[in-house]
Design a protein around this ligand. Structure first.
Ligand code: ADP
Ligand code: MG
Length: 485
């Protein structure tokens, strides 16, 4: 495309449209949509183009990931002296709810003699905390952190990479990034608590007692508050929490429909946030999906950054198991690690559970950790977390397969093909359910347990010699397995 010569009058809009064309060719469509579509060009003065971005986080992201591209592109259209400025909409609004904006230059504007202009991290009027008296030593509060949850042993994968980097940024500059509050959400066992505590531990490591960090489960928070109401000590409760510099509140979905606790949290949030304190929340679902959460609190949750934790992919699962065995000082063959990682893909807690069972079994029974043992353990795990098939379901599957009404195999018929269909259904019920022989017999019109044993043995034997029957039974087993996953 043709570039307009420098100096010719151009509008912010037209320059930005040209820039977008170039950017579009250089980033993938998803990134374009996420990071460039929402930008509004607002002003072009001489060779300074100002673009408006929807949040602080947006600005930081652009600066971190696209600063080169942005800078080259605007220079292409506005000449070598071109500079970029951002107008950032601050979600941290005034009481009226209207966002204000702040203007900042891009880092790419800076020349090499002045490489470290501070980021505009603290914006807006700061309200001093009335409980921190200058010169007075800070009180000590036990942060309630589990030292084992660190960044060091939190394995990074695509599933958690944004959450991890945001967490790391927060740990390095608590209360001073745009990620305030930081909301970590995702299903059970995906590492929310681990990551939230890792942030707390890192802050302690970096800053010692400079920051008062406090980790608290939402349930505990709520109970403490209820007690405070009972004991007429609501103010003490509030004053205590106001002292905290980094508040980590785990599993806020627990506060659903607890409107009084939500109310106090809302006020606490405002106090802490305005004083530049860091808030970190976790939730087992996106906050907007928590029923019974007050809108004003939800809107606060959205002020900073929400990132989700996804179930780990295979590589990450292998890496997590590898790290875990390494840290526990045990050696588990690679093929076994891979076997477990392959078979357990629900969440990290299940994954660790399988590994712990494996180690326990091996030391209890003095057995080597080998693939057979792993298979046994996994079988239990997988069975626990998959759906159980029922005898009824197996009967239906078998009867559909042989095109026979279910009632017939439950009746007393001794016709050869009916007997065999019934025996196959019994055999499969024995193999794929945890039902007793007696219970299986009951499902087939009240046969006794010896009939079921006989059926199982007959089919077992027939399968050794009858290829056709073996094929049919195998096909049925496959159908059952599919239905179990
Ligand atoms: P959640 O709070 O999301 O339910 P947790 O933080 O309690 O999950 O994690 C469950 C278990 O899995 C913990 O033992 C944690 O250490 C481990 N875990 C989760 N994610 C990771 C990861 N990325 N790397 C290492 N361990 C992890
Ligand atoms: Mg948790």
């Amino acid at each position: 495309m043709l570039e307009k010569p420098v100096g010719m009058s151009q509008s912010a809009q037209s320059v930005w449209t040209s820039c977008l064309d170039v950017i579009n060719d250089n980033v993938n469509p998803q990134s374009f949509k996420t990071w460039f579509n929402p930008i509004e060009p607002v002003k072009l003065e001489k060779d300074v183009l100002t673009i408006q971005v929807p949040s602080m986080f947006f600005y930081e992201w652009l600066e971190e990931h696209y600063v080169d591209l942005l800078s080259k592109t605007i220079k292409k259209f506005l000449g070598i002296e071109a500079r970029l400025e951002y107008s950032i909409i601050l979600e941290r609004a005034d009481a009226s709810g209207n966002g204000s904006t702040v203007n900042v230059p891009t880092l790419a504007n800076k020349d090499s003699q002045n490489p470290s202009v501070a980021m505009p991290v603290s914006i807006g009027p700061e309200i001093p905390n009335p409980f921190v008296i200058p010169g007075l030593k800070k009180i000590k509060i036990d942060p309630q952190l589990n030292q084992n949850y660190t960044f060091n042993n939190f394995i990074e994968g695509e599933c958690n990479s944004l959450a991890r980097s945001a967490g790391f940024a927060v740990a390095n500059k608590p209360g001073q990034t745009a990620f305030n509050p930081l909301m970590l959400y995702g299903g059970v066992g995906l590492g929310k608590t681990h990551l939230a505590q890792a942030i707390g531990n890192k802050i302690k490591e970096l800053y010692k007692d400079q920051y008062i960090v406090l980790y608290v489960q939402s349930e505990k928070f709520s109970n403490q508050f209820v007690d405070a109401i009972k004991n007429n000590s609501k103010n003490d409760f509030f004053n205590f929490y106001q002292l905290v510099d980094v508040l980590i509140l785990d599993d806020v979905q627990f506060l659903s429909s607890k409107h009084k606790t939500q109310d106090i949290l809302f006020h606490l949030f405002n106090h802490l946030h305005q004083a530049g304190k860091q808030l970190i929340f976790t939730s087992d679902r996106h906050p907007k999906d928590i029923d019974g959460m007050d809108d004003r609190l939800l809107s606060r949750f959205k002020w900073g950054l929400s990132c989700d934790l996804q179930p780990p992919d295979l590589e990450t699962r292998i890496a997590i198991l590898g790290k875990k065995t390494y840290m526990d000082g045990i050696s588990v063959p690679k093929e076994i690690i891979e076997y477990i990682a392959h078979n357990i893909d629900s969440n990290v807690r299940e994954l660790e559970g399988a590994l712990i069972s494996l180690m326990a079994q091996s030391s209890l029974n003095k057995k080597e950790i080998d693939l057979n043992l792993a298979k046994q353990i996994i079988k239990n795990f997988v069975r626990n977390i998959t759906r159980e098939v029922s005898i009824d379901y197996i009967q239906k599957l078998v009867c559909d397969f042989y095109e026979m009404p279910i009632d017939i195999i439950k009746a007393k018929s001794r016709k050869r093909e009916i007997v065999q269909t019934r025996q196959i259904a019994m055999f499969l019920s024995k193999a794929h359910t945890k039902s007793s022989l007696k219970n299986i017999g009951k499902h087939f019109g009240g046969k006794d347990h010896s009939t079921v044993i006989h059926a199982c043995n007959t089919i077992d034997n027939l399968m050794q010699i009858d290829k056709k029957l073996r094929g049919e039974v195998d096909a049925l087993q496959k159908k059952i397995k599919i239905s179990m996953t």
